[in-house]
Design a protein around this ligand. Sequence first.
Ligand code: NAD
Ligand code: UFG
Length: 339
Amino acid sequence: MKILVTGGAGYIGSHTLIELYAAGHTAVVVDNLYNSSKESLRRVAHIVGVDEIPFYEADIRDKNKLESVFSDHQFDCCIHFAGLKAVGESVAKPLEYYENNMNGTFVLLDAMRRHGCKNIIFSSSATVYGDPAEIPITEECPKGHCTNPYGQTKSMLEEVLKDVQTADTEWNVVLLRYFNPIGAHSSGTIGENPNGIPNNLMPYITQVAIGKRKELGIFGNDYDTPDGTGVRDYIHVVDLAKAHVCALKAISRKCGLGIYNIGTGHGYSVLDVVNAFIKVNGVNVPYKIQPRRPGDIATCYCNPAKAQAELGWKAQYGIEDMCRDSWNWQKNNPNGYQD
Ligand code: NAD
Ligand code: UFG
């Protein structure tokens, strides 16, 4: 299939491109490089053995540019990663988040409809469950209250996409609710490349390990969890990337609407992750317990059985693989794509 990949220069997009090519698909990337660099695409091309990944430096909100992309190519499906994703920043800049994530998706869906491409895989998030009503979380679990504009955009866009599919059943819509992606490609040449101070746990750990930051702050050790620190369902980004390839198969079977949790089904605490990282990589990660971070929940992990049953997808990698590959990327690229 020929796939339009919005946000394909980013962390999850770049890893997904590799799995798409490995499965025999081709891709065209549209990205405004707001949170990424062209270098990731150059490295992806090297890994998959092509001269270049077709790329448009464009904002998906730009109707004219998107129109020219659709005029140049006939796409079978769109994998829609493009969006802003920093939870804290979304609280400070709600309008920017609503405008980019909502309006970007509206412009994209309109162009897709007009050009007869009615298949989409959307990057949703475990954040739509809010403080989940059940653990492990199944797709039947009701959506919860999102405490930040970023989460609201994911939850609202899910509803928009469901309505689009209901109105016109020629659409196939797969909503993938990612849990916590970490890790990197085994080559150590592509990975997560945050700007400034990392918001998320694993990039913070790797920057402490390499000496860029003094110590990790652990946000609370008084949660109702086995060791008091927050528990999450970390998933290797390569496993996550492969879930998109499985979702494409569902789309080619004309699945209609599909909603799937994409996680391992295992919960690890912050201390579990820090200790696994130290053990696997033989490096030191100094840390200090700090107050809870506003908006955080105690425990979040899923039941991924539906994705296995319906998509034939199951995570292969464990927490030690994730820690090894995150470190391999960081130590080979201390300054990310600027190296
Ligand atoms: P990322 O920031 O690395 O990638 C997103 C890409 O989209 C970037 O390359 C950015 O430049 C591009 N982009 C943003 N707005 C755009 C626009 N208007 N037009 C064109 N390009 C635009 O993030 P990621 O971690 O790869 O996440 C990919 C998707 O998965 C996002 O939608 C994110 O919300 C979602 N998601 C991520 C996580 C996570 O923890 N990383 C968890 C759940 C869901
Ligand atoms: N944590 C720390 N110190 C840090 C960073 C994080 O102790 O410096 C803790 C958090 O308190 C939490 C755990 O590590 O207990 C994971 O935090 P992350 O920020 O890495 O991830 P979150 O679960 O908060 O959120 C992530 C993404 C969201 C997404 C959500 C569910 O940032 O976009 O996973 O997919 F919605």
